[in-house]
Write a protein that binds this ligand. Sequence first.
Ligand code: IPM
Ligand code: MN
Length: 325
Amino acid sequence: MASRRVAVIGGDGIGPEVVAEARKVVRAAGVELEEVDYDLGGAAYLRTGEVLPDRVLEELRGFDAILLGAVGAPDVPPGVIERGLLLRLRFELDLYVNLRPFHSERLNCYVVRENTEGTYAGEGGFLRKGTPHEIATQGSVNTRMGVERCVRFAFELAQSRQRRHLTLVHKTNVLTFAGDLWQRTFDEVAGEFPDVETAYNHVDAACIYFVESPERYDVIVTDNLFGDILTDLGGAVAGGIGLAASANLNPSRTGPSLFEPVHGSAPDIVGTGKANPLAAIRSAAMMLDFLGEADAAARVEKAVSEAASLTGTTTELGDAVAERV
Ligand code: IPM
Ligand code: MN
């Protein structure tokens, strides 16, 4: 297979540490990638004053995939890096599915999180800022096209699985406009997948079920913000956030998809060797799978499950997985 080009953004905090282990494991799995490093994130922004130069974005479009550690730094105001780098990449590259798998004894499911719309879209603003009459609005943007393509992806995924079960998670009893669009779209697309069993849960109830009866879930589809929150909870239920992987996918493959652990940059543990690299390694496995290396991806996943019970430093855990692939 022709060499695949991967842009690597280590980012901030523990990002570079966990990404180094992910690269080690990819190499150990025998997959040749042409890797190009990009120095982006909070630290780079503080040094250069730029978050994501247009020229860099254009370069990134030419890669087959992007592997990202974590971005965000305590000395940068909230949102600058998150919106300017991570969300900008999700939007510009049209990474409309954020796929987050959970494989543990209790929770064995995929969350399909819509990744380009909802409250993340950035609609809103201030009126009379700084006065006692200040108003802040933050809208939720839901397009028929955006909801439908995400829901269809989730149905296709559910159909490919043994249980063939898909749950829509929303808050249709309160978010009656957005919820109505999601529910109607879900029901219409369901008509194309008669072999997939469907269910609906309000997001607050889904939080209880994640803790009390997670076995009920196979595939979940949900909006951007609900998916953000539910997948942190999923990480906590399924062995800790240090294991939770994610893939920001452009399923139409008109550009690179982006693979990153669910966890953040954890600046408090930088350099201590405490960062768990398994989420980054599993994200790299999702990348290999998406790049057509299903066999290598499966070997990495298996090695990670074998290593998941081990304790050790960041590099020791990376080595343990690398030895097992
Ligand atoms: C995630 C993160 C991001 C999100 C932040 C860093 C913008 O929490 O990938 O879940 O909210 O989507
Ligand atoms: Mn999150």
